[in-house]
Design a protein around this ligand. Structure first.
Ligand SMILES: Cc1cc2nc3c(=O)[nH]c(=O)nc-3n(C[C@H](O)[C@H](O)[C@H](O)COP(=O)(O)OP(=O)(O)OC[C@H]3O[C@@H](n4cnc5c(N)ncnc54)[C@H](O)[C@@H]3O)c2cc1C
Length: 282
């Protein structure tokens, strides 16, 4: 197996163009598991860890641009205030070792329906920046996932960054697993309440072939919330929001849970996160 070690972003894009079958490796917390268990035997790996640009983040107008190689630990430590929903999700990923190595870019690259970074990115309306020697394009998170572990990433493309506008409001994330740490989500849910734009954003994980948004639930809640007075959310509104979130999912029965349990759990997470987020509006 060849091991390609670009040291600049341009070299990395050139390597991917010349070797589209080569598998990029960032933190390696997904790739190494696949190699160790012989589930994958690519002809080449492209090590992205020396590409400094991937580990950088900064503001671009009113957006935050976060390099694909920023690990969860730094999302929590450096971006916890600006991206609280993603930071909450990052705290639930694996263990300290996994959070030191694992990256949001790697989570996107794997495109697992259970990836914990995906619901907060969907809820926040993030865009994924993809690049190749042909140029750069921005794909809304809701269009990035096309099937279980499949995304719109072309063979010659790399994930450069994700871009998101920090929310003027509140963000929440909740995940159900069979224990508190080192657990793949049975289901997960992220919520964004943006008081300035009067927008509701949602993200559902582990309850459909891809991570997805509950758009009917978003539209319903945005119209029902009393954004002006911040009056408590009526019980019937919270219940209908929860019902619409559960209805958006298309879960399956598997070793981690049944479809019926996942639907029920999602409605509970939707109600809970709504209560927390509405109570914590900035
Ligand atoms: C013990 C353990 C616990 C875990 N717990 C969780 C958890 O709780 N929640 C969760 O969501 N995940 C979990 N994971 C999975 C994994 O840690 C995450 O998916 C992590 O985000 C992967 O990031 P990485 O940088 O290690 O990716 P890598 O393993 O380096 O790469 C993952 C995929 O993304 C591709 N890739 C990486 N970077 C790029 C790029 N810039 N452009 C294009 N493609 C790229 C790779 O080719 C590969 O297909 C766990 C893994 C382990 C081993």
């Amino acid at each position: 197996m060849d091991f390609l070690r670009p040291s600049t972003w341009e070299e990395a894009l050139a390597a991917k163009a010349a070797h589209p079958e080569a598998v990029p490796i960032a933190g390696g917390t997904d790739v190494m598991v696949e190699l160790n268990f012989d589930r994958r035997r690519p002809p080449a790996l492209i090590d992205l860890t020396r590409v400094a640009a991937l580990g950088e983040w900064g503001t671009d107008g009113d957006e935050l641009r976060v390099g694909a190689g920023v690990p969860y630990r730094r999302i929590i430590e450096e971006l916890g205030d600006a991206l609280p929903g993603l930071a909450m999700a990052s705290r639930t990923v694996g263990s300290p070792q996994i959070r030191n190595r694992g990256t949001v870019g790697g989570n996107l690259g794997s495109a697992s329906p259970a990836g914990d970074a995906h619901p907060p990115l969907l809820a926040a309306g993030a865009e994924i920046e993809l690049a190749s020697v042909r140029g750069t394009r921005r794909v809304p998170a809701k269009e990035f996932f096309v099937g279980p572990k499949r995304s719109v990433l072309a063979p010659d493309e790399l994930i450069a960054a994700f871009r998101v506008r920090p929310t003027a409001g509140a963000e929440q994330f909740a995940k159900i697993g069979t224990r508190n740490a080192m657990v793949i989500a049975v289901c997960s849910f992220a919520l964004v309440l943006d008081g300035a734009a009067r927008r509701v954003g949602t993200g559902i994980g582990s309850a459909a072939p891809t991570p997805l948004r509950a758009t009917a639930a978003e539209e319903f809640l945005a119209a029902e919330l009393d954004w002006e007075s911040r009056a408590p959310v009526p019980v019937a509104v919270a219940a209908e929001f929860a019902r619409l979130v559960a209805a958006a999912a298309t879960p399956i029965d598997d070793v981690r849970g049944t479809a019926a349990y996942r639907r029920h759990a999602l409605s509970v997470l939707a109600r809970r996160t709504l209560t927390w987020a509405w109570g914590g509006m900035r």
